[in-house]
Write a protein of this length. Structure first.
Length: 355
């Protein structure tokens, strides 16, 4: 048995060496002699090979998940280990693990091999007939099938989705997947509370070079019901308008403030949420985080502060323009922390007396 294990290891390493050599050889080739039709054929064949690549990953991840190798994980999660070793985002690492759980091999408790959770889609991927976009659409569609749908109908839906995924581009396949699920669940049974809670989520996207960030997610009926009155009040025309010399953050805005408000509805709702979160932080009801009051902690240099230029960095790792920092400082209790050249804290003071 040990000999087989070592033979498999040698075979795997030899295959990787050969694949790397072939890729390097192909990269050195000139494609000038090929016709346009042949060039497209080369692209199609390479795309099919790329679509097959995750099949190997699924096998590797399935074993890592099943056996949980401590020497690889180093007492951290598999997603974190993959993120650091492969230099991919934590989100991408989790996506690969989740996809492997549905399309990769499985083993029963008794050691008997089991088919993948989504066998039709897994087979199409192994044949190089579906790409990552189709896989993502099909997995999302399967996740939306209500729990009350029978196992037979669920299996039929998976087969149909797998077949459609091999025939259509992502845009068309997306529409067909939505239609298939709608036909499968014509009654539109309301999901129970457990399903709603399982689908909730809020995601703050990475900060772009201009400092802006995208927010996405799915909110529960309770959060929506809580947000609606806040946005209706603070997001009304004339409310919380940063363009006003004295923004109205409570009460009723003047007619002039309403008429001079040229923000879009989305912009007003953004400013309303900002005002609401400011009020929460100012209220001091959140207690402490890591031994400090829950507040916005920002670091900058004295030179940048004096010049009112540059970027200030928050404790969470994001940044904001110096103009935003100065505006925020206008309605905040100030703390001053002095550090030496090595970043060691030398002094901490507060503008408001504590005792």
């Amino acid at each position: 048995m040990g000999r087989d294990v070592f033979a498999d290891r040698d075979t795997i390493m030899e295959c990787l060496d050969e694949q790397e050599a072939i890729n390097a050889r192909l990269a050195r080739c000139s494609f000038d002699a090929l016709s346009p039709e042949e060039l497209v054929e080369v692209l199609a064949r390479r795309e099919a090979l790329a679509w097959q690549a995750p099949v190997i990953e699924h096998q590797i991840l399935a074993r890592l998940v099943a056996e949980g190798h401590a020497e690889v994980l180093a007492a951290c999660s598999l997603a974190k280990a993959l993120s650091e070793r492969l230099r991919i985002s934590a989100k991408e690492a989790r996506r690969r693990i989740d996809e492997a759980a549905e399309l990769g091999p499985r083993t029963a408790l008794c050691g008997e091999p089991l088919a993948p959770v989504l066998p039709g889609l897994a087979a199409a991927q192994a044949d190089g007939r579906v790409g990552p976009e189709q896989v993502a659409i099909a997995r999302a569609a399967m996740a939306k099938i209500p729990a009350g749908v029978s196992a037979a109908d669920r299996e039929r839906a998976e087969r149909d989705l797998a077949e459609l995924a091999t025939l259509f581009a992502p845009e068309t396949f997306q529409r067909l997947a939505v239609h298939l699920i709608a036909v499968l669940d014509q009654d539109g049974d309301e999901p129970d509370d457990g399903e709603r809670q399982a689908r909730r989520g809020l995601r703050l996207g990475p900060q772009r070079p201009d400092g802006m960030s995208s927010v996405s997610g799915t909110i529960t009926p309770e959060l929506r019901a809580t947000l609606e009155p806040v946005l209706a009040k603070l997001g009304a025309p004339g409310m919380c308008n940063a363009a006003d010399e004295t923004p109205c953050i409570s009460g009723t805005p003047s007619q002039e403030q309403i008429e001079q408000d040229h923000r879009t509805r989305d912009q007003r709702q953004h400013d309303a949420l900002l005002a609401a979160l400011r009020a929460v932080l100012a209220g001091g009801d959140l207690g402490q985080l890591n031994g400090l009051p829950v507040t916005v902690i920002v670091s900058t240099t004295l030179a940048q502060l004096q010049a009112a230029a540059g970027k200030a960095h928050t404790a969470a790792g994001s940044w904001l323009p110096m103009t935003d920092l100065l505006r925020m400082a206008g309605h905040a209790y100030h703390y001053l922390s002095v550090f030496d050249g090595q970043g060691r804290a030398l002094w901490l003071g507060r503008a408001k007396r504590i005792a």
